[in-house]
Design a protein around this ligand. Structure first.
Ligand SMILES: CC/C=C\C=C\CC(=O)SCCNC(=O)CCNC(=O)[C@H](O)C(C)(C)COP(=O)(O)OP(=O)(O)OC[C@H]1O[C@@H](n2cnc3c(N)ncnc32)[C@H](O)[C@@H]1OP(=O)(O)O
Length: 713
């Protein structure tokens, strides 16, 4: 609601709509009523708009109706009595638009401003695309509106968004100020009446280029740019008409629904539920007071940094002093980089590093709440480490393993506390990437899951609970995409054909550029280990493993020294070891042609649609199998994992949302089509859940009803 407090000639309208003071219908109605009441009361000389706790985080994304925020903004700006915005916390989206419609703005030094509309697929269409350039000039507007970026009070002051920045109580200051300007003329305080400064074409071209790079595939940022620019050439009232017309384009594009789904999915994903019924609502986690990380390689140092950044004291452990020193040097170098880039001060860096301890061997780990093991992916080694940790650490210490695919139950079996063992799958670089897959084994307790989720949030991650299977959620789906990418090359594509389709779809890099970056030898090693475990000897003619089609093309390239960027050649030619620009290469094509000829594989022209379907449909199909098996507890978890861990294009919502948008029956039919053609790839066998959803024409959001109905049969 909105509290109306009249004091000494000032009406204070204080929005009180937790958690973020979104402009829900009743809030908009109450602001409108408050403004009218204050306008009509002769004792009131000026008005202050503020929010309890924080200012206003924008429209309520779930509730858009009348009065519109545009109408409210016009009402505020046209008020005959001065209106002052008192800003603490966030002034975002519609909240920002309300603030810039006020005649004055007083902000607390820690307040934040921004137009996040583009990230939920819309425009600041409450006059924001027209008022903002009139307030800050075209160049700054074309930078901030399409970026969705938040800025602090100091920058907002520099740009002219706020009139005064205060350290104390912004509301008290605003009320005092409002009293002092009672009765003053408002003509030059109405933003819509100002001209746009710096309306130049050059800003537009540069901004469009940047938006196409940073918000690849998204419509809203480009529309924002064109509307803001056009508005700068038109009178305000005509600019508003352009804004309204173009808002319809984005409202009907399909991207709005996908981006808003992604926003809520990301907030729903950390809310966990186990098959036994335990959930985030019923089980509390144990806070982590201190921790140890085993292994000072890339993952271990990254995880250590993620914890140090959150203020958790960490002991970094290695078996060998040389490796430990190397890891610590790397870590210190990264922090020094942050200092030189002014991301942190030297004092902050020193404070962070004061919480780092190091140790050779595990003997000192007798008083830690948590150990995260982050050695390389080798089951025997991990089991040996867990057995030793189990002997040394107190019985209540959590023992977690950073693995991207290995069996959590097998690792837990090396201990006497399988209930406290869990997989923490961090993504590279671990100090930066937002996603954390928390993998529960069959004996992992609900308290351990709750603690891992709490820990994930504390270190700034979006933690998602997943079940234990090879590759968990993310990598299990990824493997199917990677397999098909290889098969497409065998059948007639070049790496650049496949990469182009994936990149056009919205991924930042196609599968072969990614492989070149991570190193071809890594995948080959994995394949060879898989073959060894299956007791199969790989020879040039091998095309099946355990009855499943495999491709040894990467091995052929690795055998010729093509390990990717690091050797200067992989699926592309980079000119030199460590080169960054991928060039198509005749020699690589010859290797591919020779590889196919040796195996009697006839190459053909593969159509664009087939490439796209064969890359993404197996991955989606696997997502439905994961849901059906209970490895993920909701589609939002799968989509969040793909959005944050694998850079899936956000404007399509995630693989599960995308499938629903295309039509589950259509997706199912195409999977069946490829299943007929590719009998040696289990990933084409359609998911039963998908089949049922498609047959019953049930949308994704009601998947649980279908899943429950089938489990009762
Ligand atoms: C279709 C729209 C039509 C017209 C639009 C007009 C212009 C707009 O204003 S569009 C909206 C612009 N604003 C935003 O996009 C802000 C979105 N929110 C945030 O960025 C963050 O929530 C935050 C304000 C920075 C606060 O972050 P944090 O403290 O981390 O809290 P959260 O976990 O993100 O959110 C808490 C809780 O609030 C819900 N929520 C947040 N914003 C909105 C919103 N604008 N509408 C509805 N609900 C919102 C969020 O889902 C969380 O809910 P839980 O149930 O607790 O998960």
């Amino acid at each position: 609601m909105v509290d109306y407090i009249a004091r000494d000639g000032v009406a204070l309208l204080q929005v009180n709509n937790p958690p973020v003071n979104a402009l829900s219908h009743h809030v908009r109605v109450a602001i409108e009523e408050g403004l009218k009441k204050a306008g009509q009361d002769p004792r009131i000389k000026s008005i202050v708009i503020s929010g309890k706790g924080s200012f206003i985080a924008g429209a309520d994304i779930k509730d858009v109706s009348k009065p519109t925020i545009l109408e409210l903004c016009d009402l505020i700006e046209s008020s005959g009595k001065p209106v002052v915005a008192a800003i603490k916390g966030f002034a975002l989206g519609g909240g920002h638009e309300i603030a810039i419609s006020c005649h004055y703005r007083i902000a607390h030094e820690k307040s934040k401003f921004g137009f996040p509309e583009v990230d939920i697929g819309i425009l600041p269409a409450a006059g924001g695309t027209q008022r903002f350039p009139r307030l800050v000039g075209l160049e700054a507007a074309l930078d901030l509106i399409p970026s969705g970026r938040h800025i602090g009070a100091a920058q907002a002051f520099k740009l002219g968004i706020v009139d005064k920045v205060v350290r104390g109580d912004a509301v008290e200051e605003a009320v005092k100020f409002a009293k002092s300007i009672a009765g003053e003329p408002l003509v030059d305080r109405r933003t819509s009446q100002r001209p746009v400064m710096g309306a130049e074409n050059a800003f537009l071209a540069a901004a469009v280029k940047l938006a196409m790079k940073k918000k690849k595939g998204m419509i809203a940022p480009i529309v924002c740019l064109s509307v803001s620019f056009m508005g700068s050439l038109l009178p305000f009232e005509q600019g508003i008409q352009v804004e309204a017309a173009e808002a319809v384009v984005v409202f009907t594009s399909g991207q709005m629904g996908a981006l808003q789904y992604a926003f809520f999915a990301q907030r729903a994903a950390p809310k966990w539920l186990l098959p036994c019924g335990a959930s985030f609502k019923t089980v509390k986690g144990r806070p982590i007071r201190n921790a140890a990380v085993i292994g000072a390689g890339t993952m271990g140092t990254g995880i250590t940094m993620a914890m140090l950044n959150a203020g958790i004291p960490v002991t970094l452990v290695e078996q060998d002093r040389k490796f430990l020193d190397k890891g610590v040097s790397l870590l210190k170098l990264l922090y020094a980089g942050s200092v030189s880039l002014r991301k942190i001060t030297q004092d902050q860096c020193d404070a962070i590093l004061s919480k780092l301890n190091t140790a050779v061997g595990y003997k000192s780990l007798t008083n830690v709440d948590l150990v995260i093991e982050a050695v390389y992916e080798n089951m025997a080694l991990k089991k040996q480490i867990f057995a030793e940790l189990d002997r040394i650490c107190p019985p209540e210490t959590f023992l977690w393993t950073n693995t991207s695919a290995l069996d959590i139950d097998e690792i837990a079996s090396a201990t006497r506390r399988p209930d406290k063992v869990l997989g923490t799958h961090f993504f590279v670089p671990a100090y930066h990437m937002k996603l954390l897959e928390n993998v529960r084994g069959k004996l992992t307790s609900a308290e351990t899951v709750a603690s891992a989720q709490m820990f994930g949030t504390r270190i700034g991650k979006i933690p998602v609970v997943v079940g234990n299977c090879h590759g968990f959620v993310g990598n299990r789906m990824l493997h199917k995409y990677v397999y098909e990418a290889d098969f497409l090359i065998e059948e007639g594509c070049w790496p650049e054909d496949v990469d182009m389709v994936a990149e056009n779809f919205g991924l930042p890099l196609g599968p072969f550029k990614v492989r070149d970056l991570s190193g071809l030898d890594i995948r080959v090693r994995g394949l060879l280990e898989q073959a060894k475990a299956a007791g199969i000897e790989i020879n040039p003619a091998t095309r099946f493993l355990n009855g499943e089609r495999i491709s040894l093309l990467s091995k052929s390239l690795v055998d010729k020294g093509h390990c990717g960027r690091k050797t200067g050649r992989g699926f592309y030619n980079y000119g030199k070891p460590g080169g960054k620009i991928p060039l198509n290469d005749r020699f690589i094509k010859d290797v591919i042609v020779e590889y196919c000829a040796e195996r009697g594989i006839e190459r053909r022209k593969v159509a664009y649609q087939e490439i796209e379907e064969r890359l993404f449909l197996p991955l989606i199909n696997e997502g439905f199998k994961i849901l059906e098996e209970g490895i993920a507890s909701k589609p939002e978890d799968i989509d969040t994992i793909w959005l944050l861990g694998y850079a899936w294009p956000r404007h399509t919502g995630g693989p599960m949302y995308y499938a629903n948008m295309v039509g589950l029956d259509k997706i199912y039919n195409r999977i069946c089509h490829y299943n007929e053609l590719h009998k040696h790839s289990a990933h084409w066998q359609p998911s039963l859940l998908l089949k049922k959803l498609a047959a019953s024409k049930t949308p994704m959001k009601d998947w649980m009803e279908v899943a429950q109905a089938s489990s009762k049969l």
